[in-house]
Design a protein around this ligand. Structure first.
Ligand code: F6P
Length: 541
């Protein structure tokens, strides 16, 4: 692999591949050559610094890295998450073909379908009002209490699919900061509120603490006996759930082969199903399933997750770009970048290879972003003229859901396309000067100001276009990014499916709680921590 990476670096240095503007000028077919499609989903990577030679080397890199074999190992239930001894089978959760998927000699599909049916019946009961709170009133509000993968997926997707939302109001509480739940509870009537406690492990301190606060909210208002009627739970730890007092008919399980950040397709998706209904949720799963099939079968140059993964790797490890920006021109995808931060950075933010050695080169980039056009008025300045090159990933629907506001959607599309064009084309010194002269500046002023108005251009971007942000389209988009993360993880030669890096902070927080509470002294703490504790104690009232 390293030899191919070196070859890529040499090719980049010796060819004009990195002059994207020139590449467009010399090849009228460039767009056709460097785009790929899955139905109405178009991926345009023609504005990246690639040519046929580089694409051939990237394909070779995928072969050399064993991506295809590892992909099959994942889909067929091998325990590829070896540090936790687990298979990685979020794809089974959306396996609408229902072909057997075997883990430890057991076909998991009947279990998957069983939970989906139970979720659908429960969601239907909540949506139609046949399931009621302790005083006989239907639920008007559903609050998901979870964090990380037990929050980001359903929160992001519920917002994304707002036009399909015809169930009760949804709220999401994640932060252990009491402000989060306090501000949410202020909006709610206990009689008509249902809490879903979502935690794979059912031990996460934030979720358990917020769940206890929610439990008190119900018990104080309606009595201890009412708790069962106002709670449901989603977890793999069914024994721990029953200790909380939630009845078996309101508990939805999943399995250790579903990673938290890959769990939106499991019972963790229950709030989304309550919001949009079981049929739309089924469409969401079907979109992801279509990408799974495509990822397994499409040839390299037509395979969207492969292309996205290999170009991601190329940006990180050949061209050395440390971050990537996720820029949906779709306001309802406003939490998509946050969702991808966990998906990508918790998966590929690792420094050790599968055989325990330091990663050669770089592993996952920093992922960040905001929807356009808002980002344009905030951080795009740096993307266009800053000293770091930041590959941008744009996404936009051909259609919004507001036909009466078509003119606004057209403006949105125009802005999306303008940004990627500006990044690629840039503006030369001569062009900048000519513009100033045309606007009436004299020669001296034009020379003085022009350098500040230069855009170097040649800044890479990928653009996704799709018909409309339906449940199917959203499922497809998420699965596409999941598999991109997988492809990059294989090339980094890391385990993308554990998350040991989150442990140390959790352990230290547990030890620091009694210190913060004043029940233990600061002996043994480092000087900074001890100083901060003292400052907080001095300021506490
Ligand atoms: O922050 C680490 C983590 O384990 C994530 O991977 C996970 O999504 C989140 O915490 C929540 O975990 P749980 O669903 O077990 O409460």
């Amino acid at each position: 692999m390293q030899a191919i990476v070196e070859q890529l670096k040499t090719t980049v240095a010796k060819t004009s591949a990195t002059d994207i503007r020139a590449a467009f000028a010399s090849d009228p077919k460039r767009f056709e050559k460097f785009t790929a499609r899955l139905d109405d989903l178009l991926m345009d990577y023609s504005k990246c610094a690639v040519n046929d030679e580089i694409m051939a080397l990237l394909e070779k890199l995928a072969e050399d890295g064993g991506v295809a074999a590892k992909r099959e190992a994942m889909f067929t239930g091998e325990a590829i998450n070896f540090t936790e001894g687990r298979a990685v089978l979020h794809t089974a959760l959306r396996n609408r073909a229902n072909t057997p998927v075997v883990v430890d000699g057991h076909n998991v599909m009947p279990d998957v379908n069983g939970v989906l049916h139970a979720m659908a019946a429960f969601a239907e009961g909540v949506r139609t009002g046949t399931l009621k709170g302790s005083t006989g009133k239907a639920y008007t509000d559903v609050v998901n209490i979870g964090i990380g993968g037990s929050d980001l997926g359903p929160a992001m997707a519920t917002l994304a699919l707002a036009p399909f939302h015809d169930g009760p109001r949804l709220h999401f509480v994640s932060n252990v900061d009491g402000a989060h739940i306090a501000d949410t509870l202020k909006l709610l009537e206990p009689e008509t509120t249902l809490f879903i406690v979502a935690s794979k492990t059912f031990t996460t301190i934030e979720t358990m603490t917020n769940a206890a606060t929610a439990r008190k909210f119900i018990a104080d208002a309606l009595g201890e006996a009412a708790v069962g009627d106002h709670f449901a739970a989603v977890s793999t730890a069914l024994d721990k759930v029953s200790a909380f007092g939630i009845g078996k008919d309101r508990v939805f399980g999943f399995w250790d082969w579903v990673g938290g950040r890959y769990s939106i397709w499991s019972a963790i998706g229950l709030p989304l199903m309550i919001a949009i209904g079981a049929d739309n949720f089924d469409q969401f799963l079907s979109g992801a399933h279509a990408v799974d099939n495509h990822f397994r079968t499409a040839p390299f140059r037509q395979n969207l997750p492969m292309l996205l993964g290999l170009i991601g790797y190329y940006h990180r490890n050949v061209l050395d770009y440390p971050t990537r920006a996720i820029l949906p021109y779709d306001q309802r995808l406003s939490r998509f970048a946050a969702y991808l931060q966990q998906l990508d950075m918790e998966s590929n933010g690792k420094g050790v290879t599968l055989d325990g050695k330091p990663v050669e080169g770089q592993s996952g980039p920093v992922v960040w972003g905001e929807p356009g056009t808002n980002g344009q008025h905030a951080f795009y300045q740096l993307i266009h003229q800053g000293t770091s090159i930041i590959p941008a990933e744009f996404m936009v629907a051909a259609n919004g859901f507001e036909p009466e506001l078509r003119h606004q959607h057209e403006l949105l599309i125009a802005n999306c396309l303008a940004q990627s064009a500006a990044l690629m084309k840039g503006r030369t010194l001569e062009e900048a000067k000519a513009q100033l002269l045309k606007a009436g500046a004299d020669e001296a002023k034009a020379d003085h100001i022009a350098p500040h108005r230069v855009f170097t251009g040649n800044r890479p971007s990928i653009t996704f276009v799709y018909e409309q942000l339906t449940p199917y389209a959203l499922g497809r988009l998420i699965a596409l990014y999941e598999h991109r993360v997988f492809v990059e993880g294989v090339l980094f030669n890391i385990n993308s499916f554990d998350q040991w890096g989150v442990e140390l902070g959790k352990e230290l927080a547990t030890g620091l709680l009694p210190v913060v509470q004043g029940k233990a002294g600061t002996d043994g703490q480092d000087g900074s921590t001890a100083g901060l504790v003292a400052a907080i104690h001095a300021a506490s009232n």
